[in-house]
Design a binder for this molecule. Structure first.
Ligand code: NAD
Length: 428
């Protein structure tokens, strides 16, 4: 899911190399962590509605499971690549470690555009993915979840196929299930809310009152919409959101200087997070270019769409007003852009900390599914807030003590936890 010149896996490895230096990791540990433990790259034949068989490409990467079973989403995207999946699997390992949940890192994907597939075709694709992977996933091995362009319905089809193959019920096999069928209350909100729990703590640390802040958001999907809701509840103003327009095959930004109306925009948004341009324009929103979200005069940038969005080119378009970047998306900032942000003294809440609410709640979902006993929403979100806040404080304490950039501090904590687990198991 990237342009030709950007390779997210190389970026993830570069980030690890930097931390490995800081931690003085020995070469075997470094080599083990730089690579995936296991990779699956397979075909999925699907009978389309017109009777023709179409062959899709599927992936699953298990980066590291020293701290527990692998955990990570499955993306549906036309530009999916094995290297994107590898990078995301590695970031999942660090994410689970930084919030200290007993899981490792995995990720999966299918090269496809669900916009072009009927419900029946999507169901057969999901079942096909599971048929190819059933021997190598499961509640004690690797637990998938939703990600870009996959949802609770996709997870339920996958769960059903897994249970058909195994002949028993395995509610802990997959997370992001519908509530009432093994899903956890609060899962839908978890990633977006988690971003804002960490943002709230960052604002506290910087002595900034949330109600005096403004933000610009890239994306208007699951993560962005819930993040915006909680941020607005804290009193913040979102001036700009951007999203992908399926019809035009281009991104646009929607700008309103006195603050967007979340419910209004949600009412004119499709299920893939695309806002209807003409309806938004009719309601007083200025329609700007896809990149305009980054140029806004705001205090906070919240990338919540794709990787490689804050890069050497776009970072220079950022307004001097920006003080905090809360990374909802995975890998939105490149190492070159990071250097620029460090020099400018911008407070970055790194992706694998900021967006760890999703996997933390997925872990809660798995715990509940394995117990077959479900908590109420307040309990789930209360536990999530505690976990996210504790993780943020651990990272920011280390950053302050050692005068580190937040991303480096988060990496130091996560990588040293995973490296210790590999060592303690006698792997390296
Ligand atoms: P989603 O599919 O619900 O929404 C994605 C949004 O991004 C949509 O609004 C889409 O229009 C927009 N978008 C796509 N391309 C764009 C572009 N070029 N410019 C502007 N907007 C664009 O996905 P999501 O679940 O909200 O995930 C968003 C990001 O957060 C991804 O990087 C994902 O890996 C990461 N993430 C998601 C979760 C989760 O629980 N959903 C957890 C952790 C991380």
């Amino acid at each position: 899911m990237s342009d030709n010149s950007f390779n997210p896996y190389e970026m993830a490895q570069q980030q690890l190399d930097g931390v490995a230096e800081m931690l003085a990791l020995d070469p075997p540990t470094r080599n083990l962590l730089r690579d995936s433990l296991r990779e699956f790259n397979f075909t999925i034949p699907v009978r389309m509605d017109d009777g023709v068989i179409k062959v899709f490409r599927g992936f699953r990467v298990q980066h590291n499971d020293a701290r527990g079973p692998c955990k990570g989403g499955i993306r549906f995207h036309p530009q999916e690549t094995i290297d994107t999946v590898r990078a995301l699997a590695m970031w999942m390992t660090w994410k689970c470690a930084v919030v200290d949940i007993p899981l490792g890192g995995g990720k999966g994907g299918v090269i496809c555009d669900p916009h072009d597939l009927s419900a029946g075709e999507q169901e057969r694709l999901c079942r096909g993915w599971v048929r190819q992977m059933a021997k190598n996933v499961g509640p004690l091995a690797d637990i998938p979840a939703p990600d870009v362009m996959t949802n609770a319905q996709h997870m339920l089809w996958m769960l059903d196929e897994y249970e058909v193959i195994r002949g028993e019920r395995y509610p802990g096999f997959i997370t992001g299930k519908p509530v009432g069928l093994g899903g956890s209350l609060g899962r839908a909100e978890a990633t977006g809310f988690g971003v804002i729990y960490t943002l709230r703590e960052a604002l506290k640390e910087l002595g900034i009152r949330p109600e005096e802040t403004t933000a610009s958001v890239q994306g208007f999907g699951n993560v962005a919409q819930h993040a915006i809701r909680l941020y607005q509840q804290l009193g913040g103003t979102v001036r700009c959101v951007s999203c992908w327009d399926q019809q035009d095959r281009a991104a646009y930004s929607f700008y309103k200087p006195d603050g967007i109306d979340l419910a209004l925009l949600q009412g004119i948004t499709d299920r893939f997070g695309g806002i209807d341009k003409s309806q938004a324009e009719a309601r007083g929103y200025a329609i700007l270019s896809g990149e305009a979200w980054i140029e806004q005069k705001v205090d906070i940038l919240l990338p919540a769409a794709l990787e490689n969005q804050i890069n050497a080119e776009t970072v220079t378009q950022m307004n001097d007003s920006v003080r905090i970047i809360a990374e909802g998306a995975n890998g939105p900032t490149t190492p070159e852009a990071d250097r620029f942000l460090k020099e400018k003294g911008i407070f970055v809440i790194p992706d694998f900390l900021a967006n760890a609410g999703g996997v933390t709640c997925s872990y809660f979902e798995q715990v509940q599914s394995n117990m077959n006993y479900y908590w109420d929403k307040d309990e789930v979100l209360g536990k999530l807030d505690q976990k996210m806040t504790a993780a943020f404080i651990a990272v920011s304490d280390l950053a302050r003590k050692k005068n580190l950039f937040m991303r480096d501090a988060a990496y130091l904590i996560a990588v040293s936890r995973v490296a210790s687990a590999c060592k303690d198991r006698g792997w390296v």
